[in-house]
Design a protein around this ligand. Structure first.
Ligand code: NAD
Ligand code: MG
Length: 417
């Protein structure tokens, strides 16, 4: 049988997932070929990748280093495109079959939409675009015959476990969570957490934004919402389980009581490869699991009082509509502010909660509504930071407060900031 080469675009090839994706493409051999890539500001690495893979096209989204990239690629056949608008063309380019979305944050959304409209296979690491626009993306994918496959390790695990039964037979989806660097920290310690503490993840080596998200457990909140859209699942069927070793990446419980878990070493190359070769499996360079060596695995319930983000994730998944856009934007803006040391660690979740409380919720948003909601939440965070008197601080939240959804009405969560 004649082999058909799969042509691949990586959006965000210079990041953690981008580099792991390149390693997977290398090991898969000649059946998988990289044809284009994008980076934001790391022009040196993008130039290196363009030369190594003889790329016909690259996009640099941050124009600051345009001249340096053009000089670095002078004399090669690589076409250099500058600016975020070119991501959309790259995503829909007929030259590629599979688009890996490894960009961080909502900056990926226009490209994800373009790849979806073009009917591509989309290997998606970028959870933010699903959190914000899952309600539009999933129906669009169906309409345009696009296939959206998760790279996020938990969602890859769920997809793999789901093959053991039919969707109607699924009773529960159990998303595991390492617990991050503050798994055992007290509320007082969380209030004092520094940027360096938050960037020190115990089991995964990832980009800075998702590392902070893991420390606040916003990452798990985003993953609950991601799972809700990817698998068209009721949030009431989703549970979160703390599992510090990051060996079981998630589990699916079926109606007969069977629980199917996907296990492997914490190495993103496996879920990336599964998305590229789906539904086939091929040998992967990731280290093999030796349970004998590991000896024990541990599990615990998440503590919603210390990590209220998880509860917020469930609330947003239940509410849907524009809530995901507000939640994600508030978190992105708050994480950026924390990384610039303008707010404290616990203020990240508190700001997301505050924005959810204050938003004008839209049940069936258009794309424009979602973009407006995103802009509004970012402004709300900026206004908070600019306030000279920020005396109402989340540190004053009563320790056991779990925000409740009012039965109706636009303000989905009540809490103090
Ligand atoms: P990273 O910071 O290492 O890389 C981000 C990539 O996005 C880089 O290539 C960068 O150039 C690009 N980028 C940054 N800002 C951009 C902008 N404004 N416009 C266009 N491109 C931009 O991040 P990462 O850890 O690789 O994560 C990427 C995505 O994958 C995130 O959504 C994250 O949640 C998700 N994810 C990551 C991991 C992981 O192990 N790293 C696991 C699961 C999911
Ligand atoms: Mg994950």
């Amino acid at each position: 049988m004649k082999k058909v080469t799969k042509h691949i675009t990586i959006l965000g090839s210079t990041g953690s997932i981008g580099c792991s994706s390149l390693s997977v493409i290398n090991s898969l051999g000649e059946d998988y070929k990289l044809v284009s890539a994008s980076g934001h500001s790391n022009w040196q690495l993008l130039a290196q990748q363009a030369r190594k893979y003889h790329l016909p096209k690259v996009v640099l989204t941050d124009p600051t280093h345009e001249d340096k990239l053009r000089n670095a690629l002078a004399g090669t056949e690589t076409q250099v495109l500058i600016g975020p608008q070119h991501l959309v063309d790259l995503a829909a380019d007929p030259a590629s079959d599979i688009v890996i979305v490894a960009i961080v944050g909502i900056a990926a959304l226009p490209a994800v939409l373009a790849a979806t409209r073009a009917g591509k296979v989309i290997a998606i690491a970028n959870k933010e675009s699903l959190v914000v626009a899952g309600c539009l993306l999933m129906p669009l994918a169906q309409q345009c015959h696009a296939t959206i496959l998760p790279i996020d390790s938990e969602h890859s695990a769920i997809l793999q476990a789901m093959h053991s039964g039919s969707p109607a037979e699924i009773e529960k989806i159990i998303i595991t969570c390492s617990g991050g660097p503050f798994r055992t920290a007290s509320i007082e310690q969380l209030a004092q957490a520094t940027l360096a503490d938050a960037l020190d993840h115990p089991t995964w080596n990832m980009g800075p934004k998702i590392t902070i998200d893991s420390a606040t457990m916003m990452n798990k909140a985003l993953e609950i919402i991601e799972a809700r859209w990817l698998f068209d699942t009721s949030p009431d069927k989703i549970e979160v389980l703390i599992h510090p070793e990051s060996i079981i990446h998630s589990l699916v419980e079926f109606c007969d009581g069977s629980v199917i878990a996907q296990m492997s070493h914490p190495d993103m190359r496996l879920p990336i490869q599964y998305a590229l070769t789906y539904p086939r499996r091929l040998p992967c360079p990731a280290k093999r699991l030796n349970l004998h060596e590991l000896g024990q695995l541990h599990f615990a319930r998440p503590d919603m009082a210390r990590f209220p983000a998880i509860q917020l994730g469930f609330e947003v998944a239940r509410r849907g509509g524009s809530a995901g856009a507000v939640f994600n934007a508030a978190n992105e803006a708050a994480v950026a502010a924390f990384m610039m040391e303008k707010i404290t660690f616990t203020q990240i979740t508190a700001l997301a909660e505050h924005c959810l409380q204050k938003q004008r919720w839209i049940e069936k948003p258009t794309l424009q509504d979602l973009l407006d909601a995103d802009r509004w939440a970012r402004l709300e965070v900026q206004n908070f930071i600019a306030k000279p008197d920020r005396s109402i601080s989340p540190k004053h939240l009563p320790p056991k407060t779990i925000p409740q959804i009012p039965p109706d009405g636009p303000n989905i969560i009540t809490a103090n900031l």
